[in-house]
Unconditional design. Structure first.
Length: 78
């Protein structure tokens, strides 16, 4: 359960865990961070600074996602 009472220390710890975890992904695995509300959506926007991209389904923004950067790199859309 998320109470939102952890402050910046909790957020820093969470981002460290997420960034470390993505290096454990296999070649064809992705990590998606999904939000439940606008507050979390705005907080997770920071993930873009670490190489996460927006993922959309049926034209609607659903999650931030990434892969193991050891194997892949984002290609620019044409």
């Amino acid at each position: 359960m998320s109470t939102g009472e952890c402050g910046l220390e909790g957020l820093k710890k969470a981002i460290d865990i997420i960034l470390q975890f993505r290096y454990r992904l296999k070649r064809n695995e992705y990590l998606f961070v999904v939000f439940d509300d606008e507050k979390r959506k705005n907080a997770y926007r920071w993930l873009e600074r670490y190489g996460f991209m927006e993922f959309h389904k049926d034209g609607q923004f659903q999650a931030y996602g990434t892969f193991n950067p050891i194997y892949w790199d984002w290609a620019a859309a044409e």
